[in-house]
Design a protein. Structure first.
Length: 370
């Protein structure tokens, strides 16, 4: 999964004049005892040679906090509640990390019906899972959800137009689809184009590539590189690279891109990324081609970037909605490795072959009934 060290020079030509911030991040860890105001002030002094706020480095976006709030009335949880969630997750990890019995029985045919990979017939084990160890903290608050607007912490209801679009024709997978889809609309296994984008190694699942960039089950690192004229966001999952020009207009409306057409500018200490021109091949959460996303990245201390996003699409949601969560500086020993997905992707072909076998078996049964 993480096979070879990524060469940023090979990934994107604009990253020639990279200014690494490992020393700044390590130094920031030594100053973690400072008050929040002092840490924020120190972060504002971090600048690139061009004078931009320095956001460069390797960041970890993993978190136990869900996108939507389980309890709509409660934005903030107590420290005790947060610790209970974190301890439960730790216990699960410890339990799942125990060695497997060598004499264990084979899984039942078709899986055991659980929601694990392929019905728990032997997908990823706990070694690969890295969805964080803590709930998010923003402004000193232990948050219950990433979504903060609407105030109930839930994605707004979809419009009747969105419902109608979802019902029409063969629905193709969206950019936020889970890693594996056990079932789907009629024809979901007819051809590769109907399979989830992550299953085809085109984009990471769960909108991890963005925009908006959301935390997922594993591979949550983000590498940020800034130059005079561009910002590059390299996503660990599927090594998707967003190369974003500064102070440029959007491409013409007919130019549609997998991750949209992004342009950026700085507002004080905040990097603002504006994205339009999405293609119908991705359709984040079933959105239309009118989807508009604004992302804001601000370094709130030496070790933290606050990532905020606003999603707007009048043809899909009754109102715009906003979320935010921190990206935390990676540990000094962490490295970003290439996610070699397409190489050896035998699963996609086998999934289609399996469906053809099921169809042949069903046809044989129908003939016998006749």
């Amino acid at each position: 999964m993480r096979a070879r060290l990524v060469s940023l020079v090979a990934v994107v030509a604009v990253a020639i004049a990279v200014v690494w911030v490992w020393p700044a991040q390590v130094a920031g860890q030594a100053q973690s005892g400072q008050r929040p105001a002092a840490r924020a002030a120190a972060a504002r002094t971090l600048r690139t040679p061009e004078g931009y706020p320095d956001l460069q480095g390797l960041w970890n976006a993993a978190t136990l906090t869900p996108l939507e709030r389980p309890e709509p009335t409660k934005l903030v949880m107590t420290d005790t509640e947060a610790q209970a969630i974190e301890k439960t997750a730790e216990a699960r990890r410890d339990r799942a990390a125990r060695p497997s019995r060598g004499d264990r029985d084979a899984p039942p045919v078709g899986g055991d019906g659980s929601t694990g990979a392929a019905g728990n017939v032997g997908g990823y084990n706990n070694f690969w899972i890295d969805n964080g160890t803590t709930v998010i903290t923003v402004d000193g608050q232990r948050r219950t959800s990433i979504v903060i607007d609407p105030a109930n912490g839930r994605v707004p209801p979809v419009t009747t137009d969105a419902i109608r679009r979802g019902r029409g024709g063969l629905a193709t997978p969206t950019s936020d689809a889970p890693e594996q889809v056990a079932s789907g609309p009629r024809g979901a296994y007819d051809n590769p184009e109907q399979r989830p984008l992550a299953e085809r190694c085109l984009l990471g699942f769960g909108s991890v590539s963005g925009p908006p960039a959301l935390p997922v089950l594993y591979n949550n690192f983000k590498q940020i590189v800034q130059t005079k004229d561009h910002v590059m966001l390299l996503v660990e999952m599927n090594h998707d690279a967003r190369v974003i020009p500064l102070n440029k207009p959007h491409a013409p409306a007919h130019v549609r891109k997998w991750m949209g057409d992004s342009v950026a500018h700085y507002e004080g200490d905040t990097l603002v990324i504006d994205t339009t021109n999405f293609t119908s091949k991705t359709r984040f959460r079933g959105s239309s081609e009118s989807l508009h996303i604004v992302e804001r990245l601000r370094r709130i201390d030496e070790n933290t970037i606050l990532y905020r996003f606003t999603v707007e699409d009048p043809g899909t949601w009754a109102q715009p909605w906003t979320g935010e969560y921190p990206w935390v500086a990676a540990e000094p020993d962490d490295r970003l490795y290439e996610y070699a997905c397409h190489e050896g992707n035998y699963a996609l072909g086998d999934i289609l072959r399996g469906e053809r076998l099921l169809e042949a078996e069903a046809e044989a049964v129908r003939k016998q009934v006749r």
